[in-house]
Design a protein around this ligand. Structure first.
Ligand SMILES: Nc1nc2c(ncn2[C@@H]2O[C@H](COP(=O)(O)OP(=O)(O)OP(=O)(O)O)[C@@H](O)[C@H]2O)c(=O)[nH]1
Ligand SMILES: [Mg+2]
Length: 400
């Protein structure tokens, strides 16, 4: 047992001097003790008579006291030769490769990099110029994703001089311009000599049927004395009778043809039966973006490549970024030409939709802004979104 006093003079006894040394080495790491004296003592008997001779080592501990590493020796470790013992001492001192320590340090590095990645997902602009912090706040309140906030903050830092950063108007103009750059628009085809086939797909309740009617109404507006557009509205909603009636009613009011179909063959027959047709507007049933089975069936029905369909994904502006990303991903099999953003009138935070479209590199073709079929649709422009940004002036966005 170790003497109770951890400091000062300590003693250890053994049958031989070597035994005392072994005990010392067992208890302490090298360099942690200092031998003051060694001496022979008699054990038992009067003044050594009839008694055995023992050895005593008097030593002192050097602060700080480090008890010897007491892990169980690995298989084959006992009886190591000098080189192996030296290697172990070096390992413990951290001066030679130690697989255990290496593994731990790799784990720490790995954790470190994960923490750094997580931190980099945050805007991390708190120690920036006040103008950059302000911009980050505005973008966050407009519901832009952290990666877009970070990107715009970085551009401000890299591309603006300190003087420009001090000028709030300049900062806001640049920010609005860069947001405008994120918004890609898809212009409708200019030459409309051939039949235009427009298909709307998307989750339920996003505004597909209403938008189909709005597109028909927009074509009606373009009618002239010389040319009244031949429009046919088709519903492909195998499940809901009411959905078919909804389209039929719009068709009656807008004086367009109406048909319903269940297959690519049906669509081809409708087209073949009317060679004067200018526009075919196909309304589809809305499904949950996670209903892969039904979405796949719909894709089969729309397998009409010879008609060169323009397939648009319809999503409402108030959807959260995560939901939008999920919808875009799960409707990817339609290879949509672009997106139609509906219900822009219902939200004043459009960073979510701008971020999701930018992250998925999707263009917007049309936006809709209300429930009035005869008016609330327009070809998309970046300004439709920029005007909705809260707390951002967009005076000179158009000039860049
Ligand atoms: N405020 C507003 N409401 C809209 C807009 N577009 C559509 N709506 C409304 O959204 C609701 C759903 O529209 P629908 O056109 O039936 O949606 P859908 O995508 O066809 O729905 P399903 O057929 O169930 O898949 C209706 O009440 C529409 O009036 C819009 O731009 N603004
Ligand atoms: Mg519908």
């Amino acid at each position: 047992m170790l003497d109770k006093r951890e400091t000062g003079e300590l003693k250890i006894q053994g049958n031989t001097y070597e035994e005392c040394l072994q005990e010392l080495r067992k208890r302490y790491e090298l360099n942690n003790y200092f031998i003051d004296k060694k001496r022979q003592i008699s054990a038992g008997g009067i003044k050594g008579f009839f008694g055995k001779t023992k050895w005593e080592v008097i030593y002192r501990l050097l602060a700080p006291v480090r008890p010897r590493y007491t892990a169980k020796p690995a298989a084959g470790e006992e009886g190591d030769d000098f080189d192996q013992q030296k290697q172990r001492v070096l390992n413990i001192a951290g001066k030679a490769p130690n697989p255990q320590l290496d593994a731990i340090s790799r784990m720490i590095k790995d954790l470190d990099s994960k923490v750094t990645t997580l931190a980099s997902d945050k805007p991390a602009v708190t120690s920036e110029h006040p103008a950059i912090q302000r911009v980050a706040g505005i973008l966050e309140s407009n519901e832009f994703t952290p990666s877009i906030v970070k990107n715009i903050a970085r551009r401000l830092k890299q591309e603006l001089t300190l003087e420009e950063l001090d000028n709030e108007e300049t900062v806001q103009e640049r920010m609005a311009f860069w947001i405008g750059e994120l918004i890609k628009v898809e212009s409708p085809p200019v030459a409309e000599k051939n039949l235009r086939v427009i298909v709307l797909v998307g989750p339920t309740g996003e505004g597909k049927t209403t938008t189909i009617a709005k597109l028909a109404a927009a074509y009606r507006k373009k009618d002239s004395a010389e040319h009244e557009h031949q429009i046919c509205m088709i519903t492909i909603d195998q499940l809901r009778v009411a959905a078919g009636r909804q389209v039929e009613t719009y068709a009656r009011v807008l004086k367009t043809d109406f048909a319903s179909g269940n297959s690519a063959k049906d669509i081809r027959e409708i087209v073949a039966g009317n060679d004067k047709l200018d526009v075919l507007l196909i309304d589809t049933a809305g499904y949950s973006p996670n209903d892969f089975g039904r979405i796949g069936q719909m894709r089969e029905i729309l397998n009409i490549p010879e008609l060169r369909p323009e397939i648009y994904l319809v999503v409402s502006a108030s959807k959260k970024t995560g939901d939008l990303l999920n919808i875009i991903k799960n409707y990817e099999l339609f290879n949509c030409k672009a997106v139609i953003v509906t219900k822009l009138d219902e939200t004043d935070r459009i960073g979510n939709v701008v971020s999701a479209l930018a992250e998925k590199n999707k263009a917007v073709a049309y936006v809709t802004t209300g429930q009035t079929v005869s008016s609330d649709i327009k070809v998309a422009e970046p300004l439709d979104f920029l005007h909705k940004l809260a707390d951002i002036k967009i005076r000179s966005v158009e000039n860049g």
